[in-house]
Design a protein around this ligand. Structure first.
Ligand code: GAL
Length: 657
């Protein structure tokens, strides 16, 4: 009954063709059912301009198909070959400091370059025509990891002319743009759209409204680049799933906008690489989870990306052993590759695909583990993948649905851009604000659905959280008005208009819902400073001083005599960045309001329910007895006492003590 399948990423062009049949057989024997190929193969598909060589790809697809494997075919547009790059030298991405990014690795293109888009249209059309009808090609991946290596924002001539056209369309008249951006400030007024430059390399900060529109423009180019390919694949490969692989902590383009054009969102999950390189955590935390990965970082992205394409999502690349790209690259603890796969399945993944089949002995990633060593012998990850495949088959769990979670957490990419453009405090980071709340929810045993700020679907979760939302879409304020459970509105929400200025009525700009509540002024704090709250925990980084209507709003928490939490019926306003302890206390309050037990999970232990199952994972160092949490736990699978790296599953009878 289970929906979950396992897969692997494979590069036939990197291995002698006489290895392909054996590889395919071993993949099938291992219990894999899907293989992603092709996404970096342009130089072999078209070695010189117009010299199309698809026969080798056709042969490798047939070999995989003969072994009973389905294929995800990647479009090769993340790696334009040298002849193409030299044909159009201005297709290169230009970095903010004016540096031209050269050929010699990957993603060396500018999304705005119309000539490159035409080359992609040509290549993807040829691939679609040739392989669209192939019965084994059941899905297509568009490009690879948009935004990777800091490539969303390009300061090229192509971007400049595209930006001017985009602004003209948006503002219609230059007077309107001057007004909306507030260009009277510092005499920045323009007489014509052709006078506008890109916002980099100014003497001091460029106008934040200028940057904000450039971020919006750049995000729209990524979506347009993706859509161009999606439309071609839909035409030639009707009924096949169209997928893109997102990355961890990558906010440069709006994944909700892009996800609308996909059938399935997926992402590339590298728990140990992320802990080392993508998380702002201290060395103690890094040491504690060195070989197991952060307990919440992957789950956060599983939940986030599930929400970007109407619930269907995969893990396209799963770390199988040490990677090559973080500052340090430890090996996972025994059991972790298996645990990560089950955590993804618990969150609703349809596919978990390992990166990569065989470690490649040359090129940039020669230290990156695969399921096989370079000599073809099974590496440790192979056996864990095999174990998961067997368990999926043996358990036959009924995992055909993913229910609505307990909590709706609004996520908004433009808010991340807004606060990176003008943080007003070095530590203010949108991802970290949302991640901190997510951690508190997960440590309290609650499940989370992310929700786009633009969502108009009625929210049926029991708790709603909105924090750091730069500007209100009217529809979201309506959602809040209709929401009957507890709603927490967090700091900096509604503090700007869409045009990046302070709203007339002052933040949080929700007079109809919170009459009389106004942020009169704010302060940001250095990372080393924290302030104690009266009832435990405290605040850091950011605090707001609010005027409020004492006949409607009650202060519940204070810091140095100033309220930081106000309540009005089911609505809470949190006017500061909560530390871990305060965030946990707040979440507990919301949980109790919504009728959940006030649970605090032991360190490193996490749970996720799906269908009638509760999945339990131990990322931490302590041994945890399920009796600490559940009344009379009888695992369907796994031990009742969990050491690090173990997974247990409880059936419908699981009740929290
Ligand atoms: C991903 C990428 C893969 C490979 C992998 C290595 O970001 O999509 O092509 O480079 O990282 O961990």
């Amino acid at each position: 009954m289970t929906h979950a399948k396992l897969g692997v990423c494979y590069y036939p062009e990197q291995w002698p063709p006489d290895l392909w049949p054996d590889d395919a057989r071993r993949m099938a024997d291992l219990g894999l059912s899907i293989v992603r190929i092709g996404e970096f193969a342009w130089s072999r598909l078209e070695p010189t301009d117009g010299n199309i060589q698809f026969d080798w790809l056709a042969r490798s697809i047939d070999i995989l198909a003969d072994a009973g494997l389905d294929v995800v075919l990647g479009t090769p547009t993340a790696t334009p070959p040298k002849w193409l790059f030299d044909k159009m030298p201005d297709m290169a991405q230009i970095a903010a400091d004016g540096r031209r990014r050269k050929f010699g690795s990957r993603r060396h293109y500018c999304f705005s370059h119309q000539g490159y888009r035409e080359e992609c249209r040509r290549m993807v059309t040829l691939l679609g025509q040739k392989f669209g009808p192939h019965p084994a090609v059941t899905a297509w991946q568009i490009d690879n990891e948009f935004a990777c290596h800091d490539t969303t924002h390009s300061f090229s001539d192509a971007a400049l002319s595209g930006f001017r056209v985009w602004l003209n369309k948006k503002y219609q008249s230059i007077g309107n743009l001057n007004r909306q951006w507030g260009n009277v400030f510092w005499s920045m007024e323009y007489a014509d759209f052709q006078e506008i430059e890109l916002p980099n390399q100014t003497v001091t900060t460029a106008n934040p409204a200028h940057w904000m529109d450039f971020y919006r423009y750049s995000s729209a180019q990524v979506c347009a680049f993706n859509r161009l390919q999606v439309d071609i694949i839909r035409k030639y490969a009707p009924g096949r799933d169209i997928v893109h692989n997102f990355m961890g902590r990558t906010l440069d383009f709006d994944h909700y906008d892009l996800g609308r054009d996909l059938d399935v969102s997926s992402w590339d999950s590298y728990p140990l690489g992320f802990l080392g390189d993508r998380m702002d955590v201290d060395d103690t935390h890094k040491a504690e989870f060195l070989r197991s990965g952060d307990p919440d970082f992957q789950a956060f992205h599983h939940d986030l990306y599930r929400s970007t394409s109407a619930g269907r999502w995969w893990v396209m690349e799963q770390q199988p052993g040490p990677v090559n790209w973080a500052a340090d690259n430890p090996a996972p603890d025994k059991g972790m590759v298996r645990l990560w796969a089950w955590e993804a399945i618990a969150h609703g993944a349809e596919v978990v695909s390992f990166f990569r089949w065989r470690q490649v002995p040359y090129g940039q990633e020669q230290y990156h583990a695969g399921l096989l060593r370079p000599d073809g012998v099974a590496a440790p990850g192979f056996f864990e993948a095999q174990q998961v495949a067997r368990e999926i088959a043996d358990l036959a769990l009924d995992l055909t649905t993913t229910e609505t979670a307990d909590v709706a957490l609004v996520f908004d990419y433009p808010s991340a851009w807004a606060w990176s453009i003008h943080p007003q405090g070095a530590a203010f980071d949108y991802f970290n604000l949302l991640f901190g709340l997510y951690q508190a929810l997960r440590k309290s045993g609650l499940s989370v659905d992310f929700v786009s700020s633009q969502s108009t679907q009625r929210l049926s979760q029991k708790i709603l959280l909105v924090a750091g939302l730069f500007s209100w879409p009217e529809t979201l304020r309506d959602q809040i008005a209709e929401f009957s459970g507890p709603v927490l509105i967090g700091p900096r929400t509604g503090s700007k208009t869409d045009g990046y200025s302070i709203p007339d009525g002052l933040p949080p700009d929700m007079e109809a819902l919170f009459p009389g509540l106004k942020v009169s002024h704010v302060e940001s704090l250095p990372a080393a400073v924290s302030m104690q709250a009266d009832r435990g925990g405290g605040i850091k980084y950011w605090r707001e001083f609010v005027d409020y209507d004492a006949s409607r709003q009650t202060p519940l928490e204070q810091v140095a005599g100033v309220p930081v939490l106000l309540k009005q019926k089911n609505l809470y306003y949190l006017s500061a960045w909560p530390d871990e302890t305060l965030a946990l206390r707040l979440v507990k309050r919301l949980a109790v309001d919504a009728g959940f037990p006030p649970l605090s999970l032991p360190d490193g232990l996490r749970i996720r329910s799906r269908g009638s199952y509760t999945f339990i994972f131990n990322y931490g160092t302590s041994v945890i007895d399920l009796k600490q949490i559940f009344a009379d736990p009888k695992p369907l699978f796994g031990p009742a006492e969990l050491i690090r790296g173990t997974v247990s599953i409880l059936g419908s009878a699981a009740t929290i003590k």
